[in-house]
Design a protein around this ligand. Structure first.
Ligand SMILES: O=P(O)(O)O[C@@H]1C[C@H](O)[C@@H](CO)O1
Length: 330
């Protein structure tokens, strides 16, 4: 199969190579004391074309693996459902950051799940690693440019809803952008209309049809007793939350707390990708001062391992179903 080019798959938008190395746009932020940067459309096209030159499939579905959910690929769990996998380490990809967190391998895997072409991020970028939000979300825009239509964003999260148990899965119905309340948003800075509008709506962030399918699939797999639906929020991390913070989040309607996803979803919706969000509840959020328990990353990874089989089966079936409602060609 001939290598695919971005122009082939993105509504005939012309591919204009950057004339010189011009990796970043830089402007003053609104408050004037911090630089706001973002890679230009042309630079991201170069990244997209680099990837397309190395693959022969056209992924329509992109998957972001949450903490502990990418690492088990090496042990043959979800990886077993990725056929003909081509792995590209982040350090080999022009303009890509690198993963620094345990449980996040740091490579893109192109292949097929249930016959559907996918690209999976085996490791994501977090704000607490030192990356600005736009950089954490750079892979989402690159996915868009290589033709991905649907993003499946998974994460590990603390369960704040008292009905949730460790090991439950939460279909994300909505999110609260806490970092956005403080003026930190991945879309902050100049807007390039080729990605999307200056003021994107966010009331339908998590696709209704995909959520409906996910509930049907949970029933088919007989795991509906552990599949919930709720509201996720992201705090910047890296510390886990205080009791008072969690009490406040509970009051405003948060069901699960994490350190990712929200900005990725905003970026994906901005460029008109459909989004499905899935949280694995890896720990209980402690909302009482007389509790001995403390959240820790090892537990998060352990629960990821414990649930790897179920996650693999569930995500594989979802990919199959989502791909059936996604057109084959652009
Ligand atoms: O990448 P995700 O959001 O799944 O990772 C969560 C949040 C922190 O990175 C880490 C804490 O254990 O897990």
């Amino acid at each position: 199969m001939a290598p695919i080019n971005v122009t082939d798959i993105n509504e005939n938008k012309a591919y204009v190579p950057a004339k010189k190395a011009l990796p970043e746009v830089e402007t003053e932020s609104a408050n004037g004391n911090e630089k706001c940067k973002g890679y230009s459309y042309e630079t991201l096209l170069e990244t997209a074309n680099f990837l397309l030159s190395r693959i022969t499939i056209q992924p329509r579905i992109g998957i972001i693996c949450g903490s502990g959910m990418g690492s088990y690929w090496n042990e043959g769990s979800l990886a077993e459902s990725i056929q003909d996998g081509v792995c590209i380490p982040y350090e080999d990809i022009p303009n890509f950051p690198v993963s620094t967190v345990e449980g996040h391998h740091g490579r893109l895997v192109f292949g097929k799940i249930e016959g559907a072409p996918v690209v999976a991020m085996q490791g994501r970028f977090h704000y607490y690693e030192g990356y600005p939000l736009w950089k954490c979300c750079l892979p989402v825009r690159v996915m868009k440019l290589i033709g991905v239509k649907t993003l499946i964003a998974t994460n590990a999260a603390g369960g704040l809803n008292p009905d949730y148990k460790i090991g439950d899965l939460m279909i994300v119905k909505d999110h609260i952008n806490m970092m956005g309340f403080a003026g930190n948003n991945p879309l902050h800075g100049p807007n390039d209309e080729r990605f999307g509008p200056r003021f994107p709506p966010m009331n339908k962030a998590y696709n209704y049809e995909h959520r409906k399918i996910a509930k049907e699939v949970a029933k088919e797999l007989n795991i509906n007793n552990m599949v919930r639906e709720g509201v996720y929020t992201c705090l910047g991390g890296p510390n886990f939350e205080t009791v008072a913070e969690l009490k406040m989040l509970k009051m405003v309607g948060v069901d699960a707390v994490g350190m990712s996803t929200v900005h990725e979803v905003i970026t994906a919706r901005h460029c008109d990708m459909k989004v499905f969000g899935l949280s694995l509840i890896t720990n209980e959020c402690v909302t009482s001062y007389d509790h001995d328990m403390e959240a820790n990353h090892e537990e998060v990874l352990d629960v990821g391992r414990m649930r790897q089989d179920i996650l693999r089966k569930y995500v594989s079936r979802l990919v199959d179903r989502f791909s059936q409602i996604e057109p084959e060609s652009p």
